[in-house]
Write a protein that binds this ligand. Structure first.
Ligand code: ATP
Length: 314
């Protein structure tokens, strides 16, 4: 099989409340509400699906919120293979108010049991039989052990399935510290600084860190995304600078997830290293150009792909 599996361990229904003005300690009434299935891995899956690459989604969901997420995935033709649990999945609320301010209320989500972790790992092992590559995005649900991603990477390695890990903090560190490594990580500037334990001043500092820090040695790919400045990537022992054109940024939220989708598709299609990087920058840019999070206009793909340049630095 050449299908990609996109994992979101703690998905949500993302509720958006647009208000002219947020009034505190009184009633606010909203007339237009959007409620969409959210979570980094779901953004990844949507963009992979838009590129016509076979994809399925998994993680853990439950309750009526879980049913809503499941229904929304089915409506857009995304295969839903989550482990269904009795607890309720979470809502995440974003209030958009007062000329561009955004106030968020984020639920933690259900607290899962050790038994449910065992069930999920069995479910995940079954899904691995049907895919060639897995993306793991975002944070862990409460109750699961911090080495969950390391366990998932080990299970994938046993079945020769590639893993792209896009996380931060302890779950990222733990994910790259197990005995098997993910094929690729995609830290942004903040996450790479966290990993090496210091701020990286410029591109040459970043390049040196990628080539010399022990934590990167056994990672085949480290793609550091730099927002409007493109990316710097290590592939094997080679360093690539990826430059992108200036674009009209409408909504950059989810650009990192869209970049992961491009990396997954490029690798799954066995593209060359420069082409994988170009594919990923193109999906990142196209997401930035859209209002909707985790969404691209595939009709613009070829035009923007041609505008990305990749230069080998060493
Ligand atoms: P997020 O957390 O918002 O999803 P991120 O911090 O993980 O994103 P970024 O490095 O900000 O990731 O963006 C990923 C990619 O998206 C960039 O490498 C680039 O290709 C594209 N991108 C993001 N912001 C811009 C921008 N303002 N202009 C052009 N491209 C952008």
């Amino acid at each position: 099989s050449n299908k990609i599996l996109a994992i979101t361990m703690n998905p949500s229904v993302d509720i958006s409340y647009p208000l002219d003005h947020l009034k505190i300690d009184t009633v606010n009434r909203v007339s237009s509400v959007t409620k969409t299935a959210g979570g980094k891995g779901l953004n990844v899956a949507r963009v992979i699906h838009q590129l016509n690459e076979p994809v399925s989604t998994s993680g853990v969901l439950g309750g009526t919120i879980g049913d809503y997420i499941s229904k929304q995935l089915n409506e857009v033709g995304l295969q839903e293979e989550f482990l269904h649990i009795p607890q309720e999945s979470r809502n995440c609320i974003a209030i958009l108010h007062d000329d561009g301010q955004q106030t968020e209320v984020l639920e933690a989500g259900p607290t899962l049991t050790a038994q449910q972790q065992t069930e999920f790992m069995q479910h995940f092992a079954d899904l691995l039989n049907k895919v060639s590559l897995v993306t793991i995005s975002g944070s862990l649900p409460q109750g699961f052990t911090t080495d969950l991603y390391a366990q998932m990477i080990e299970a994938a390695a046993k079945q020769n399935v590639k893993v792209i890990l896009d996380s931060s903090g302890d779950s990222l560190l733990s994910g790259i510290s197990g005995k098997n490594k993910p094929l690729l990580i995609k830290p942004n500037q903040e996450e790479i600084a966290q990993l090496v334990g210091r701020k990286l001043a410029g591109l040459s500092d970043l390049q040196t860190a990628l080539l010399t820090e022990d934590i990167f040695t056994d990672l085949e790919w480290v793609v550091v995304s730099l927002g409007k400045d493109g990316a710097l990537a290590k592939a094997g022992q080679e360093i690539y600078r990826v430059s992108i054109p200036k674009i009209n940024a409408v909504n950059p939220v989810g650009s990192g997830d869209s970049t992961v989708a491009g990396l997954a598709v490029g690798i799954n299609r066995k593209e060359s290293i420069p082409d994988v990087l170009k594919t990923a920058m193109t999906t990142g840019m196209l997401n930035t150009m859209e209002k909707e999070t985790g969404h691209i206009d595939p009709a613009l793909f070829d035009e923007y792909f041609a505008k990305v340049s990749v230069e080998k630095l060493n």
